[in-house]
Write a protein that binds this ligand. Structure first.
Ligand SMILES: Nc1ncnc2c1ncn2[C@@H]1O[C@H](COP(=O)(O)OP(=O)(O)OP(=O)(O)O)[C@@H](O)[C@H]1O
Ligand SMILES: [Mg+2]
Length: 388
């Protein structure tokens, strides 16, 4: 019930703002129609911005974003926005005031018993009948309940009506949506190639500078050992030991490189187990919440693992947090949140870690959002498509 009332209150606010924007749209309407004929570019831009605001408003109200079409170049491209302006201009105000009137009448009906006697007798309170006696006033709370019940049903219906109409008119047409999707996929393919190239270069560097150099040193040691063996086998022993150490060193370097390609812990313990391992060694106390997780393609799991690893390193290094939380869940996307109660102010431009996360995630056609106001808290949210 409390949720229902909160939803009605949210809808009333939405409809009231809609009443205002409806009024503005109504005033704008004749000017817009004329200026679309005489001053096209400016009018098109203005209309695109005004409709864009409504897209954001409807998205905030319904929780589902409306894709933003490219700015129109011809009046024909803006036909949907014009249709919305006409509909919203003509109905927005009325719908908004209707949505406000019912709950307001309920509140008024509750108050009538307290003030009906102060109202002039020849012009009594009339909602829905003239209140001219205490008996009439006594029934008002019942009327209030009636209005309230009606509001609970009618106001959400009005909100749905207005937001659905706006969504239908303001969503880009299917063709344009397809073009936008193609552009997105082209960008994510370019990012995938770029990320793949960067990863190959990194592995090549790690193998070249680390493992290869160490193995070269081992080969040199073995050459020295060979010569020593010919001359004085006893003196060769410490050199064999040195060569053995060098091999162990090269091996552990190689293991590091392998782990950086695909952490074995992922195949052994799954993403949740691997993340639990990261959390256990995190410097800041951290909680893990896992809901409905299922196995994802290895590349996706490994990307998610590196995202959490970098995010937790950042929390420990920069945030000054006392607590952090990692949330993992999966629907058709793998969703991961890393939250900390630190001082915030994270900035992608100031390092390579966060920018690297974005590159990795974009390569999978996923999304990354960073919310880190100065003063905190910080939330890093990443979604990765699971495919299939
Ligand atoms: N959780 C956080 N809380 C507060 N500030 C943060 C947080 N994460 C990152 N930052 C800030 O954002 C900046 C960028 O982070 P990023 O991870 O990109 O780089 P970095 O950690 O400094 O270096 P590296 O390239 O080694 O990751 C950091 O320098 C830090 O100031
Ligand atoms: Mg970092």
């Amino acid at each position: 019930m409390r949720e229902r009332v909160a939803a009605v209150w949210g809808t009333v606010r939405y409809l009231l703002v809609g009443a205002l924007t409806g009024l503005v749209s109504l005033v704008l309407l004749p000017f817009m129609l004329v200026s679309l004929l005489v001053a096209r570019p400016t009018a098109l831009r203005l209309l695109h911005d005004w409709a864009g605001r409504e897209r954001v408003r409807v998205a905030a109200f319904t929780g589902a974003p409306i894709p933003e079409p490219a700015p129109p170049e011809r009046v024909w491209d803006a036909r949907n926005d014009v249709a919305w302006l006409v509909v919203h201009g003509l109905t927005g105000t009325v719908v908004g005031l209707l949505g406000f009137a019912l709950p307001a009448s309920a509140v008024n009906a509750v108050l009538v018993p307290f003030y009906w006697w102060a109202v002039p007798e020849d012009d009594p309170v009339t909602s829905p009948y003239p209140v001219t006696s205490w008996l009439g006033a006594a029934f008002m709370p019942l009327v209030a309940v009636g209005y309230a019940l009606l509001s609970l049903w009618f106001v959400p219906w009005l909100g749905r009506l207005q937001s659905r109409a706006a969504r239908a008119l303001l969503s880009p047409p299917a063709g344009a949506r397809l073009a936008m999707r193609v552009a997105e996929l082209t960008a994510s393919r370019a990012a995938a190639l770029e990320a793949h190239g960067a990863e190959l270069r990194r592995i090549e560097r790690d193998l070249h500078d680390g493992t290869q150099n160490k193995l070269v040193a081992v080969a040199m040691h073995l050459g020295i050992v060979e010569r020593a063996l010919r001359r004085d086998p006893a003196a060769a022993l410490p050199m064999v030991l040195t060569a053995q150490d060098a091999v162990s060193d090269a091996l552990s370097g190689l293991r590091g490189v392998v782990r950086s390609i695909y952490p074995p812990v992922l195949s052994e313990r799954g993403l949740d187990g691997a993340v639990a391992g990261l959390i256990a060694s995190s410097g800041v106390p951290c909680a893990l919440t896992v809901t409905d997780l299922r196995r994802a393609p290895a590349a996706v799991e490994s990307a998610a693992y590196f995202v959490v690893a970098e995010a937790l390193t950042n929390v420990a290094k920069h945030s000054g947090a006392t607590r952090c939380e990692v949330r993992l869940s999966a629907t058709d996307h793998l969703l991961l949140d890393v939250w900390d109660d630190g001082h915030g102010g994270a900035d992608e431009e100031h390092g390579t870690g966060l920018a690297g996360i974005r590159r990795r995630v974009t390569a999978f056609d996923g999304t990354m959002t960073l919310d880190s106001p100065v003063g905190g808290p910080t939330t890093l949210r990443v979604t990765l498509p699971l495919g299939g």
